[in-house]
Ligand binder design. Structure first.
Ligand code: MN3
Length: 201
């Protein structure tokens, strides 16, 4: 198997009450497992078996829909689990906090822009904070696309991502996506995001 489903780095109930344990279990053990298995099936016996996920995504326009959807799903969820955690929330400190203030005016202004990107993504997709040649930028993508893909409208290195597929919140929040988005801020692991920012620069 080329790619392996990463373990969830905390217990299913670690993000309660903001994200419920059953949603986390189904999301990781079924959805993320499914993307991983389907990615491996899509690349089996091809040259992509020997490529990193970053190389596959950066050339994804050359591959089929199965690689695009499942390669994105594999990568996006691997990032998503890590940028959240128990005892999360608050605001980023150090260089990332300073640069968010510079790029967006304030942390609250950044929060509004990111939340709006998540709320207005029609249907299934993701909201992102990325680093690119313009600095820190907020964007969103449809389905399992992401800013690492050569076909993305806004390209860059994602350092924070929010899954706004209904499977990410429907059990607890039903149709109230804005409530899920506002509670996401309570579970962000800013140390992980700051580490990704340092690596990306
Ligand atoms: Mn998902």
């Amino acid at each position: 198997m080329a790619f392996k489903l990463p373990d969830l780095p905390y217990a299913f109930d670690a993000l309660e009450p903001h994200i419920d344990a059953l949603t986390m279990e189904i999301h990781h053990d079924r959805h993320h497992a499914g993307y991983t298995n389907n990615l491996n099936a899509a690349i089996a016996g091809t040259a992509l078996e020997n490529q990193s996920i970053l190389d596959i995504l950066s050339g994804v326009s050359n591959h089929g829909a199965a690689v695009r959807n499942n390669g994105g799903g594999f990568y996006n969820h691997s990032l998503f689990w890590e940028v959240m955690g128990p005892n999360g929330g608050g605001t980023p400190v150090g260089g990332l906090g300073d640069d968010i203030n510079k790029a967006f005016g304030s942390f609250d202004a950044f929060k509004d822009e990111f939340s709006k990107a998540a709320a207005t993504r029609f249907g299934s997709g993701w909201a992102w904070l990325v680093v690119n040649e313009n600095g820190l930028v907020v964007c969103s993508t449809a389905n399992q696309d992401n800013p690492l893909m050569d076909l993305a409208d806004v390209k860059g290195t994602p350092i924070l991502g929010l899954d706004v597929w209904e499977h990410a919140y429907y059990l607890k929040y039903q149709n109230k996506r804005p409530d899920y988005i506002s509670n996401f801020w309570n579970v962000i692991n800013w140390d992980n995001v700051a580490g990704r920012y340092a690596d990306a620069r």
